[in-house]
Design a protein around this ligand. Structure first.
Ligand SMILES: Cc1cc2nc3c(=O)[nH]c(=O)nc-3n(C[C@H](O)[C@H](O)[C@H](O)COP(=O)(O)OP(=O)(O)OC[C@H]3O[C@@H](n4cnc5c(N)ncnc54)[C@H](O)[C@@H]3O)c2cc1C
Length: 477
């Protein structure tokens, strides 16, 4: 292990903003994934100049630097597998400008998504990518993972909302990428290259984001299905019908059982449910969209269909989906909910088959898997519920993941819809992108020749995710 000169770092950020206590290093060694590895230090910069100084020092001394927002990434993106400095960006949390005339805002990377939306709400606008983790996710983390959320089906993912940014490169140089205008055809779109780069190409210190008007009307509906196949086909049909839902979410039987068990919601334990929503400025237009979606649900044997404009009713309909992630952890006292093959995207016409395939694979490998997600955007989530103390369960999980991703590739889907690659999905990612891995590696070398920025990720990600890094769990037998 290289040594870090703490005096240099203390001179840059002050004594209180560097952590080397073992308990802090332990906490910063994992995110919401299954992985863990210890960093050598945690450093918390307050401004761009400090980030530049830290990177200059790290680059000269070949010390890895792992940018980090709130550490809610599900795939091990912030896990420091080669040690180094975890750069906690949460102190850079100012909203710098809300420009209503030019329809953009500028923020520092540590701004929490919900805080930004709270600030925008008073002007009748919102920042739409908004993942389910918006209460904790930072804008820097969202950009670096290309996060999306329930409303991305209508309003797009993070990539669609990022107009420009300021980035500190590995050598400490500060560059301005992109623009503040809606369109740009001035050469390579380098700001878009940063989106989804998982902290491997530079440290984002400022972002310029677009926003959209808050709709006057929102109407949310729910439909139950006795078969996953019917629910999956409904998704495809809605998306091909010319309707533009502002939300289209799937929850399967495992998900429904989990929320019933933990929150006593009393939901009917059917094979699947679809939550759909339409929004807009004109009530008749929203009615039209909701009626069309309702009719398509009925065509596919959807039942118990109801919908409401009332905000309390909408919150009730959405509650189970909103609280699903923690609920899955309590599905069975002996099973932990793990993010392994946690999200993928497949063409709409393959949604039903994908959901069925997840269950079939889980049954065959004696683990529990759930199928849910922002299916209107083609996104399918899974969680693997297993006894993480048992070696054989890890082996089963690994086989299941391999089969899930074989299926995803066979239908021209992609390894990650929104959660990113990190460590958990490295193997599948490398197979999917095998003919462009050299391009990815060349970009990385050009921007970070000393390989200090989040090394061991994206093109360098280790393929054997179980043994390459320590797991957060102790595995007994
Ligand atoms: C309960 C739960 C629900 C979730 N739901 C969703 C969802 O609906 N949609 C979705 O997309 N994701 C979801 N996620 C995953 C995750 O929350 C998002 O990807 C989120 O955007 C990560 O933000 P963060 O601040 O925690 O980033 P982190 O996890 O800290 O970092 C993510 C990546 O960004 C990099 N990074 C962070 N800041 C910077 C910076 N300033 N410059 C350069 N690189 C940086 C890191 O190196 C890392 O590679 C969920 C997670 C949880 C735990």
């Amino acid at each position: 292990m290289k040594t870090i000169d703490q005096t240099v770092l203390k001179n840059i950020v002050g004594e209180n903003n560097i952590k080397t206590d073992p308990s802090d290093l332990y906490a910063y060694g994992s995110d919401a994934s299954v992985h863990h590895a210890f960093p050598w230090a945690v450093v918390r910069p307050e401004n761009t100049a400090q980030v530049q100084e830290i990177l200059k020092y790290a680059n000269q001394n070949l010390i890895p630097v792992i940018p980090r927002g709130s550490g809610s990434g599900m795939c091990g993106q912030t896990v420091p597998i080669h040690g180094g400095i975890v750069l906690d960006m949460k102190r850079m949390n100012k909203i710098l400008e809300i420009n209503l005339a030019d329809v953009y805002c500028r923020v520092q990377p540590g701004v929490i998504d919900d805080d930004l939306n709270l600030a925008l709400k008073q002007y009748g606008v919102f920042y739409p990518p908004t993942p389910a983790s918006s209460r904790i996710a930072t804008i820097g983390g969202e950009i670096s993972n290309n996060a999306s959320g329930v409303r991305s089906v209508k309003y797009g993912a993070t990539r669609d909302a990022v107009l420009g940014m300021k980035v500190v490169l590995a050598n400490g140089d500060l560059v301005t990428l992109g623009t503040r205008t809606r369109v740009e055809a001035s050469g390579y779109q380098l700001h878009k290259l940063m989106v989804g780069s998982e902290g491997t190409l530079g440290v984002i210190v400022e972002a310029t984001l677009s926003f959209v008007p808050l709709p006057e009307f929102r109407c949310m509906g729910i439909a139950n299905f006795d078969s996953l196949q019917d629910a999956g086909e409904t998704i495809g049909d809605i998306m091909a019908s010319g309707t533009i839902p502002s939300m289209l979410e799937l929850v399967d039987s495992v998900a429904i059982k989990a929320v019933n068990k933990t929150m006593n919601l009393g939901l009917k334990e059917v094979a699947a449910a679809l939550i759909f929503e339409a929004d807009g400025m004109v009530r008749e237009a929203v009615d039209y969209e909701i009626n069309k979606m309702t009719a398509i649900c009925k065509k596919h044997r959807g039942k118990d269909i109801r919908s409401s404009y009332d905000s309390k009713e909408r919150a009730k309909i959405f509650l189970g989906r909103k609280k699903l992630f923690p609920a899955l952890s309590k599905y069975d006292d002996n099973l932990a909910s793990t993010s392994l093959a946690d999200d993928m995207a497949v063409p709409y016409s393959k949604m039903a088959e994908m959901a069925g395939k997840i269950h079939e694979i889980a049954d065959r490998h004696n683990i529990v898997m759930t199928a849910y997600g922002h299916c209107g955007s083609g996104c399918m989530h899974t969680k693997i519920l297993m006894d993480t103390r048992r070696k054989d369960q890890w082996a089963s999980a690994k086989k299941a993941i391999t089969e899930v991703y074989e299926f995803v590739r066979s239908v021209n889907g992609t390894t990650s819809a929104e959660h990113g690659i990190g460590l958990s999905k490295a193997q599948a990612f490398k197979i999917e992108k095998s003919d462009s891995l050299n391009m990815l590696a060349a970009i990385k070398t050009a921007l970070d020749p000393n390989n200090i920025l989040n090394p061991g990720k994206i093109s360098q990600a280790p393929e054997n995710w179980v043994t390459a890094t320590n797991l957060r769990y102790s595995v007994n037998s």
